[in-house]
Structures are given as structure tokens and as C-alpha cells.
Design a protein around this ligand. Sequence first.
Ligand SMILES: [Zn+2]
Length: 114
Amino acid sequence: MGNCPACGGPFGGHEYALFASGVCGRPSATMLADALEKDDWPRVVKCHDWEGSENNAEVFAVRCANGGMVVLVVFDPFDLFLNAETIELKVLSHSEGHDLDRLIDRAKWKSFNY
Ligand SMILES: [Zn+2]
């Protein structure tokens, strides 16, 4: 996965959380895309539509040890022959990252394991 675009360091010591999702082709994905475009994090965290038999858009936050925050939007296809693909990447400012951090359930954070 390379280095973190926020702090430039390796991903060891980072944590990540899947905190929002939408089903491609459904209104949920349109709502999610709109909230992401406006950086409307309180609205983004409320998007939880997910369907195992459809293509999903999943939104991950990656948290740096130094307080940096990156948001990744991943296209997760139902078709097993297609690979998940990052379709959008945002590096948040420290204050914006802090605001998002407070919106994400602490239990959702996981460590990168090597
Ligand atoms: Zn980082």
C-alpha cells in the first residue's frame, strides 16, 4: 500500500476505520458522494447502506500517530474477479481530521497488522 499520503511514513503505527458506505446505483451512494464532496462529515458518518450482492462504495479513515487523517473511498465490487479500487483520497487538515475522529465510534478503529 506504500506510504501514508498525510505524514509520508509507513502505515505501521496507523489505525484505520471503515465508517461509511453506500450501495452503487442506489440513492445511498448518491447521498454519500454528495456528503463527501461537501466534506459534510456528520452526514457522511450516517451513511451505512451496504449490500453483499451489489457493488459498494466504502469510506475508510486512516489515522496517523501524529494526528494526521486520510479518507479513502474504495469501490468494492461484488464481482470477485474485480479488485477493490481506491476511487478517491482526501488528506484532511488537522482540525478537520480531529472533527472526523470525534464522529467515528472508537470501537471501529483497527491497527494495520504486518
Ligand atoms: Zn500517516
